[in-house]
Design a protein around this ligand. Structure first.
Ligand code: AMP
Length: 119
C-alpha cells in the first residue's frame, strides 16, 4: 500500500504550483482535463483536502466524500453533455491497474464510442 507523497503532481495542481486546464472547482473538489486524453473528453476529479493515495487506502470514514465525488462526477458529465451519449468513470488502483499518480482520482471519459473491453 502506498504512503501519501506530498510531492505528487495532483497536490501541486491543487496548490496552484503547476497549472491545469480547470473544468470545475469548489471548496472540496477540483476537476481538470487529463494532459494525455484517451478520448475527446477525459477529465480528472480529485479531492482538494483528502490526502488518500489510492483506493487501497480507503477506510469506512471515506465513504461520504467518495460518494460526493461520484455524485459530482455525474453533474460534471452532464455539464459536458455526456449524460445522454454515455461515459465511463474509472479509478485505477495500484500498479497493475496502471495507477501512476498516488492521489486518489476519478477519470471521467467520454465523447466517443468507448471500447467494450474493461481490461
Ligand atoms: P492514473 O494512471 O489513473 O494514475 O491516472 C493519472 C493520469 O494523470 C494520467 O491519465 C495522466 O495522463 C494524468 N496526468 C499526469 N500529469 C498530469 C498533469 N500535469 N495534468 C493533467 N493530467 C495529468
Amino acid at each position: 500500500m502506498h504512503e501519501y507523497d506530498d510531492d505528487n503532481i495532483f497536490l501541486k495542481i491543487i496548490n496552484h504550483e503547476i497549472p491545469c486546464d480547470k473544468i470545475f472547482e469548489n471548496d472540496d473538489f477540483l476537476c481538470f482535463r487529463d494532459i494525455a486524453p484517451q478520448a475527446p473528453i477525459h477529465l480528472l476529479l480529485v479531492s482538494k483536502n483528502k490526502k488518500v493515495p489510492s483506493l487501497a487506502n480507503v477506510v469506512k470514514e471515506d465513504a461520504s466524500w467518495l460518494g460526493e465525488m461520484i455524485v459530482l462526477s455525474t453533474q460534471i458529465a452532464k455539464d459536458q453533455g455526456l449524460d445522454l451519449s454515455g461515459y465511463r468513470l474509472v479509478i485505477n488502483c495500484g500498479h497493475e491497474a496502471g495507477q501512476t499518480v498516488y492521489h486518489l482520482h476519478l477519470h471521467i471519459i467520454g465523447g466517443k464510442k468507448l471500447s467494450g473491453s474493461m481490461t
